[in-house]
Design a protein. Structure first.
Length: 75
């Protein structure tokens, strides 16, 4: 520290520095936890979408869905 600081100013600066470090650590932990939760939620949503798209592709491939939607009235 600078030699012209008295004890009161020196201790105040140290307390502020420790408080700032604690705040940064707490913010980093909170952000990391939120990031993990959002990533897990996104993976879950992506899995659901993949399953729905696979079902749609299987319906299109087997043409079961198309025949049910467009019945033929002429025989």
């Amino acid at each position: 520290m600078a030699p012209n600081l008295d004890l009161k100013s020196s201790l105040t600066l140290r307390v502020v520095a420790v408080a700032l470090i604690c705040f940064v650590i707490a913010a980093a932990v909170a952000l990391f936890g939120t990031y993990r939760e959002v990533r897990q939620l996104n993976e879950h949503v992506a899995d659901i979408l993949v399953r729905q798209l696979q079902i749609q592709l299987s319906r299109v491939a087997t043409i079961n869905d198309v025949a049910a939607r467009f019945p033929t009235w002429i025989r």
